[in-house]
Design a protein around this ligand. Structure first.
Ligand code: BGC
Length: 450
């Protein structure tokens, strides 16, 4: 019998994403290590061995390959590569070489992030992104990685989610404390992060002109609360401009526009080959915002994921793709998209519906080149510790036992067939059938009412 099928291009990249601190374990030279030891995380389990990647990444790369993936996004831990200022650890670099080679050997094209939320402790002691010495250090770190590992890295992310990183550090206080809190510290850090990006971009291109480089931007849907007034609408626009657009706009034009005024950065304009989109959810916002600025609000009918992480809002992914394409006209990678869902009650439908948005975009000629689901395995979820589980594969952090969630099997079917079809929906998320295929499917017992 013919099945309703949504087919993806043959060169589409199917991946998952992870980050070093969240999966490697025992990153004792990172600022997160001391931060979590001081009790700043939820629950009684710290990162510990995390998903044990420093010793055993290959076990999960095997799983990714078995899941039909042809790509993987991972990050390097700066504090392992340079545990003390100007001291590079060749053993750590060799371990990363083995992991990256392990990706290639399994047919997983690596996309590598240089900075994903964690810093070497020595850098923090020097004021990290509130001290412009960070730029030279970051340039040297990027140069070292490009020299030693760059032959294995076709795609690069210099900085993961600069805006999230700064909001969580400077405004909400959920990430390790910076030397200068508040908006002053935040915009100073953004400026230095931009300078770090420029330095790394040019350093990598000098050694590997063919490398494709971008940043992973957390872009969410921010809408004024339903029934909101003109001030709420003004506020939603401002939040979108600063949180969603200001960073990537700066890479595009060379000029960063903050809350007041703007600043031009030499060598910044055009320093990206693609736009990385990390999409998770939609927020309703209102003015004035709560202290810390992050408002977790949604409509009464919203489907909400574990721990009130956010609303499941798949159409938002298409809206974000549309926005990013019209603004920048560069290839797009969905560098993260996922949901905390320990029981896997939402994830199968989430996967189908979000990938349907990607398929829809591709069919209207938006250049979405790949999708990296967050995440391959459960991992250490920053300030929320292990209380939220994003993995396609469940992990017991104490025994390191792995269990395939149903959505991992679904993702395998999708990746292997380069398609979504009604049989998959019927099997893994029957509730999605009328959403994805509102017409009558072959074999339906009753025609759907008009
Ligand atoms: C981050 C990940 C994080 C994920 C889920 C993203 O903002 O890049 O590190 O685990 O969201 O919260």
């Amino acid at each position: 019998m013919a099945h309703a099928t949504m087919t993806f291009p043959p060169d589409f990249l199917w991946g998952t994403a992870t980050s070093s601190y969240q999966v490697e374990g025992d990153n004792t030279n990172s600022d997160w290590y001391t931060w979590e030891a001081a009790g700043h995380i939820k629950g009684d389990l710290g990162a510990g061995r995390a998903a044990d990647w420093w010793e055993n990444a290959e076990r999960d790369l095997d799983i990714a390959a078995e899941m039909g993936n042809n790509a993987h996004r991972l990050s390097l831990e700066w504090s392992r590569i340079e545990p003390e200022p100007s001291v590079f650890d060749e053993v750590a670099i060799a371990r990363y070489r083995a992991i990256l080679q392990g990706c290639h050997d399994r047919g997983l094209e690596p996309m590598v992030t240089l900075h994903h939320f964690s810093n070497p402790l020595w850098l923090v002691e020097k004021g990290d992104f509130n001290n412009d010495i960070v730029i030279n250090y970051f340039r040297r770190y990027a140069t070292k990685v490009a020299t030693e590992l760059g032959d294995l890295i076709p795609k690069w992310i210099t900085i993961n989610e600069p805006m999230t990183y700064c909001v969580m550090r400077y405004l909400t206080g959920e990430f390790p404390k910076p030397s200068r809190l508040g908006f002053g510290g935040l915009f100073e850090a953004i400026h230095n992060l931009l300078r770090c990006h420029v330095a790394a971009y040019h350093a990598i291109k000098e050694i590997h002109p063919e490398a494709l480089i971008g940043t992973a931007n957390n872009i969410q849907i921010f809408e004024p609360r339903p029934g909101g007034n003109i001030i709420d609408r003004w506020w939603a626009n401002l939040v979108r401009r600063i949180y969603n657009d200001s960073w990537q706009d700066a890479l595009h034009t060379g000029r960063y526009r903050g809350l007041v005024g703007s600043k031009f950065f030499e060598g910044l304009a055009g320093t990206y080959d693609f736009v990385g989109v990390n999409y998770y959810t939609r927020f309703y916002v209102r003015f004035p915002p709560p202290p810390g600025f992050v408002e977790r609000d949604w409509g009464p009918d919203a489907v909400v994921s574990d721990g009130d992480y956010g609303e499941v809002y798949a159409r938002g992914l298409f809206k974000v793709i549309d926005h990013v394409w019209k603004r920048y006209r560069k290839p797009i990678y969905i560098t993260e998209n996922g949901v905390p869902d320990a029981a896997d009650r939402l994830r199968p439908g989430f996967l189908l519906d979000h990938l349907r948005q990607v398929w829809y975009a591709i069919n209207f000629c938006y250049p979405v080149m790949g999708y990296y689901h967050w995440s391959l395995v459960d991992n250490f979820e920053w300030d929320r510790g292990w209380t939220q589980r994003f993995g396609l594969i469940a992990i017991d952090p104490q025994t390191q036992e792995r269990t395939w969630r149903p959505s991992a099997r679904l993702y395998r079917e999708i990746c292997q067939s380069y398609s979504l079809n009604d049989e998959m929906a019927q099997h893994y998320a029957p509730g999605m059938l009328p959403v994805m295929w509102p017409g009558d499917l072959p074999g339906s017992s009753e025609p759907r009412p008009l």
